[in-house]
Write a protein that binds this ligand. Structure first.
Ligand SMILES: Cc1ncc(COP(=O)(O)O)c(C=O)c1O
Length: 375
């Protein structure tokens, strides 16, 4: 059994993907070109933003966002304690400080009250300038934007939506990748919209920001082209072949994969809801379940389930074993008295089960029977 069955998806989309790849190979244009332009237009339209600029991966997308705003030394970047290191990694490259916040124990996303406490603590201490909030839609479940946006406005903070895990999800009728000043996503193969290698994108409604973003992606190119370098940039582009793969995958995601993920999640919820804590999706939100994570009673029970699944040949994963504040790379970041009680508890008990839109009922029953047998 596969944890995320990319081969099952390829079997369904093979003809369309092969045809697109073949077209790129025949045309012989491997960087940029019509596929990349078409994809950017379709992605922007899908999420409801004016601009989409594709780039090399989701980490670069975040780095570019930090570059666009000049986030750096003496700046505080606020982020959930439960995420992948990429969310604030690049801001540290530029000398900023990551200030982690505890999570909402139901959604596992940043807790707006912890966010405001941390902002106030930074202001009270007076050493760092509060600069940006990175809202990560963790496991594919959107953050509470009605609470986060006013906090960012109140303190004059840039809001970056890290939608690496939530492409296709939505919050109160608005798609993820459309929140905040700028949003970023990843097309890493296992993501809800994944390519066959690395890829990423940046979204914004701001025309000027979008133009600077395009410049940064190509070595800080100027109006006269790529040898007219007007700022320090990167070489961060989505390969044409990856755009060709993503075009039919975007159609599949929109047409049936988001629904397929809801069906798979409901089956798990029905089978496991009495025995374990199953995912909570707030009213008006649609999660894409980049991961389907359950919470066991405690670490012992979680590890017992994982061990039994392994014996049965069923893969499971822990996203994430360590909260950000406890990672060695962030050992010097200030905590301002935050205990991260919810994030610690989450990491101690979480377990992700096989999840993708092509899961059939029988396979899911095999998983849930094994989980229940372990209990
Ligand atoms: C929340 C989050 N942000 C950023 C990234 C970075 O994306 P990439 O792997 O494409 O660099 C990931 C990837 O796992 C992620 O999960």
């Amino acid at each position: 059994m596969q944890f995320i069955d990319l081969k099952a998806q390829y079997a369904v989309l093979k003809d369309k993907i092969d045809e697109k790849i073949e077209a790129v190979l025949s045309a012989g244009q491997y960087i940029g070109g019509p596929e990349v332009r078409e994809l950017e237009e379709k992605l922007a339209e899908f999420v409801g933003r004016r601009h989409c600029i594709t780039c090399a991966n989701g980490t670069d997308a975040l780095q570019i966002a930090y570059m666009l705003y000049g986030v750096g030394r003496n700046d505080a970047v606020f982020c959930s304690d439960i995420t992948f290191v990429s969310s604030t990694e690049a801001s540290k490259l530029f000398g900023a400080t990551s200030v982690f916040c505890d999570i909402d124990p139901r959604t596992y996303n940043i807790d707006p009250s912890s966010l405001e406490r941390q902002i106030k603590a930074v202001i009270a201490e007076g050493k760092l300038t509060p600069r940006a909030v990175v809202a990560v839609d963790i496991l594919g479940n959107p953050c509470d934007y009605d609470a986060i946006v006013p906090i960012c406005e109140k303190y004059g903070l840039i809001l970056i939506e890290d939608a690496a895990q939530s492409f296709g999800a939505s919050y109160k009728g608005k798609r993820c990748c459309s929140f905040g000043d700028i949003s970023t996503t990843s097309f890493f193969p296992a993501k809800p919209l994944g390519c066959y290698g690395d890829g990423g994108a940046i979204f914004t409604d701001d025309d000027e920001l979008a133009a600077v973003c395009r410049s940064i992606c190509v070595h800080g190119k100027g109006p006269k082209g790529k040898y007219d370098n007007i700022r320090v940039g990167l070489n961060s582009r989505l390969d044409t072949l990856q755009a060709a793969v993503l075009l039919p995958k975007l159609d599949a995601l929109r047409d049936y994969e988001i629904d397929g993920r809801q069906t798979a999640a409901s089956r798990y919820n029905d089978a496991l809801g009495q025995a374990l804590v199953t995912p909570f999706v707030d009213e008006g939100c649609v999660s894409v379940y980049a991961q389907y994570a359950v919470l066991a009673r405690d670490t012992e029970q979680r590890d017992r389930i994982a061990a039994h699944l392994k014996e049965c040949g069923i893969p499971s994963m822990i996203y994430y074993p360590t909260p950000q504040h406890a990672l060695p790379v962030f050992s010097r970041e200030p905590h301002y008295g935050e205990t991260f009680a919810n994030a610690n508890d989450y990491c101690a008990r979480t377990l992700s089960l096989p999840m993708h839109p092509y899961l059939d009922e029988e396979t899911q029953r095999t998983v849930t029977d094994a989980v229940l047998a372990a209990l």
